[in-house]
Ligand binder design. Sequence first.
Ligand code: GLN
Length: 388
Amino acid sequence: MPQISRRLGSFTDSMIRRMTRIAQSCDAINLAQGFPDFGPPSELINALEKVAREGPHQYEITWGSRKFRKALASKQSKFMGMPIDPETQIVVTCGSTEAMMVAMMTVCNPGDKVIIFSPFYENYGADTILCGAQPIYVPLHPPEFKFDEEELRSAFRQGAKALVLCNPSNPSGKVFTLEELKFIAGLSEEYDTFVITDEVYEHIVFEPYRHVYFASLPGMAERTLCCSSLSKTYSITGWRLGYVISSPYIIDNARKVHDFLTVGAAAPLQKAALAGLTLPDQYYNQLRELYTEKRDIFLKGLEEAGLKYMTPQGAYYVMVDISEFTKGSDLEFCEWLAKEVGIAAVPGSSFFKEDVNHMIRLNFAKKNETLAAAIERLKTLRVKVGRA
Ligand code: GLN
């Protein structure tokens, strides 16, 4: 037998998606993989019904239907505060998962280095390695998840080709401040580095925090590949609609990568999603309010259950401290939690490059009744672990 690619030896399957399978096998409430257990706005469901009858059912233009790009450009340029040409600055992808891979393959050569903040969403490491590039991890120090300026500078000094910026950040819930973003912008200019952003939680930011699009900072539009998706904003994670927005030169090349990777995102879903992209501004305020309420309900429940956590500023995850329950493997703890308490969580170590084993990630994008049921189960944790 010939040997399979060496690249696959350096990472495992996704722990997030593995925990979903474990949740299913023991009937646990799945607070592991980040997706809502409620449907999209009725406008999208109605549009989907109509599209089923009227089409399209065949391929669209490989980099996205004209109407979808036009609606997306209009919505994003309003929120990002910058002009976006739908004809030259967008490639529509199969979720932001593909968007990130396309972005990375567009700018990286084998052997290049890519800076990734740790903790990080696990795809970034795998994406980098699949490109033949090499990750350089820079810690975001808990509990505030701040980076050390010198540590970041020394990563740039190693000659990085790109930096991955997940903002609002998964799993930490950190929303980068304007000062932090300006510092990153300064370094990316000084060391001539691309910035690949993952901004899928752009509309899930809690008061008083504000999301600043990295591409909107002075001079950054040219070197930023802004990746995002409709998954979180319209509760359609299964539709797999994402995109990259960048300069015409970058997008011209990113379209080639996308064309050969997947040909295109689902045509009927692009059409139906127009109903989301054209929703009024008020929708985004309501979304923020909805998730603020869910966060508050869940954090209060965690307190009642006697659990320690780090308050998220954005996104829909919370990191819970498990150090008083176990000194051992957080994966084993999560397996135990799923079986004995009926709650699936993601072991924190799958997000950290550093040796961090005392945190788990819980997702609160759930119906209030699911959150209530989850809290009831979590309240039994201390007793089950013998720490009541
Ligand atoms: N972004 C989500 C998470 O972190 C889900 C991603 C996925 O599984 N595609 O859980």
